[in-house]
Design a binder for this molecule. Sequence first.
Ligand SMILES: *[C@@H]1O[C@H](CO)[C@@H](O)[C@H](O)[C@H]1NC(C)=O
Ligand SMILES: *[C@@H]1O[C@H](CO)[C@@H](O)[C@H](O)[C@H]1NC(C)=O
Ligand SMILES: *[C@@H]1O[C@H](CO)[C@@H](O)[C@H](O)[C@H]1NC(C)=O
Ligand SMILES: *[C@@H]1O[C@H](CO)[C@@H](O)[C@H](O)[C@H]1NC(C)=O
Length: 425
Amino acid sequence: MLLASQVFSLTALLWAVIPFVGASNQPRGFKKPLTPSVDPFYTPDDGWELTPPGTILKSRRVAIASIVQGVPTALESAHQLLYRTTNGRGLPNYAMNTVLIPYGAQLDLLASYHVGYDSPNNDCSPSYGIQLGASTNSSETLIELVVGMLPYLKKGIPLSVPDYLQRTAAFMVGQSAAYAVLDSLRAVRNSKNITGISEDAITTIHGYSQGALAALYAGLYRRSYAPDVRIDGAALGGMPTNISEVFYAVEKTISAGLAAASLMGIAHVYPELRAYIDKHLLPKYRPLYEITQQECIADFYKPVYGYAVHLIGQNVSTWFDNGRAIISDNIELFNFVGVPGLLGKPDFPMFIWRGTDDEVAVGIEEHDALVQRYCDEGLAIEYLRVHKTLHTPTIPFGLPGAHDFAARVFKGKPPTKCTTNDLWP
Ligand SMILES: *[C@@H]1O[C@H](CO)[C@@H](O)[C@H](O)[C@H]1NC(C)=O
Ligand SMILES: *[C@@H]1O[C@H](CO)[C@@H](O)[C@H](O)[C@H]1NC(C)=O
Ligand SMILES: *[C@@H]1O[C@H](CO)[C@@H](O)[C@H](O)[C@H]1NC(C)=O
Ligand SMILES: *[C@@H]1O[C@H](CO)[C@@H](O)[C@H](O)[C@H]1NC(C)=O
C-alpha cells in the first residue's frame, strides 16, 4: 500500500510538473519505432531525385515521446514528412522532418526548431529520438523537446523539427543544414492537406549551437537557394563563428569528441576530406574515430554511453601522423562549411544569445563583431550577452527571450533596431 501511494504521488508530481504529458491523439496500431537505418519509411521510392527540392516523398503519423519514458506528449497530431533536398555539394538528397501540431494550433504560424544533435550518424536524428518508444540514445532531442519546444506548443505554435544534417548526417556542414532547413519549410508548405498548416504561415526559426548554425546558414542561403521560402525571424544561441577554432578549443577537454565527430560529418559530404583522413589517421586511433558514428553524442538516461563520454580528454590532432595539419591543410573547406561570417548576411530580425565565456563556441570578440556587422548592415538584432557563463549553462538564460521574440514576430511586431543586453547571472 505504501509503495502504491508513493508511486501515485510520484505520478501526480510528474503530471503537475509536466502538464503537457498525457493522453494523446495517437495514430492507431502503435509499434516501437525502428531506427532510421532499418526503418523502410526513411527510404524514398525510385525517381525521388527527379522531384523538385521540398517535395514530400512520404508521410505518416507518429506518436511523440516525452521526458517520462513510455508516456506520450499530448498533441493534436504529429506527422513525419520524408522530403527531397540537396546535399552540401549540390547533389540530390533527402531528409526527414517531424511536424508537431498542438491542441488549438494557430495554423497560420510556424516555428522551425533545430535540435543540436551533433551526430554524424542518422540514427541519432531528432525524427527517431522524438518518437514514443524510441531508444534514449538520441535523448538530446527529448531534453530540447521539454525546454525548447514545449513553450511553443503550449502557445499553440506548430513546430517543424527537421533532421537538418540530412540522411548522410553531415554534421558541421553549414550548406547541408541550410538546404535541409529551407527544403523542410517547403515540405511544410506542401503539407496543408496533411498537417493543416497554412501555406503562407508566419515563420520563425530557432536553434542553439549547431542548431543555431543551421538556422543562420538557412538565412544566408535563402535568397540564392529558396527565395520562395518565408522566414520572418530567428532566435540563435551559442553559435560558433569559426569551426576550426572550435577544434582547437576542445582539444583535451570534456567536449573533445565534437572535433572528431565534425571531421566524420564533413567527410560524409566531401570525399577529399575523407581521403585525407584515411591517409593520415594513425591506425591505432581508427577505433576511437569510429565511435563518433557508432554512438550518439550522449544519453541522459545512461551516463556511460555516447561518443562525448568515450572521447573526453582526447587531443584529436594527435590521432594524425601530421598533427594539427589536419586543420591547416583543410582550412579552406572548414572556412567554407563553418565560418558564417564569410557569406553575406541574412534578411530577417534576430534574437541572439551567447555566453561570454563559452568554451566550445569560443571567441566572444568575433561573435560581437559579427552581430555588430549585421547591425551596421541594417538588420534588427536583440543581443543578449550572458557574462561569465559556459556553453551549456547559457542555454536557459536565453530561452525566455527567444520564445518572447518569436511571439512578437508572430504578432507582426518584430524588433526594428539593434539592442544589447548584458546579463550577469
Ligand atoms: C495531398 O495533396 C497532394 C497533391 O495535391 C496529393 O498528391 C497527396 O496525395 C495528398 N495527400 C493526402 C494525405 O491527402
Ligand atoms: C578560422 O580559424 C582558423 C584557426 O584559428 C584560422 O586559421 C582561419 O583563418 C579562421 N577563418 C577565418 C575565415 O577567419
Ligand atoms: C540506439 O538504440 C537502438 C535501440 O536499442 C539501437 O538499435 C541503435 O543501434 C542505437 N543507436 C546508436 C547509434 O547507438
Ligand atoms: C594537441 O596536439 C597538438 C599536436 O598534435 C599540439 O600542438 C597541441 O598543443 C595539443 N593540444 C593540447 C591542448 O595539448
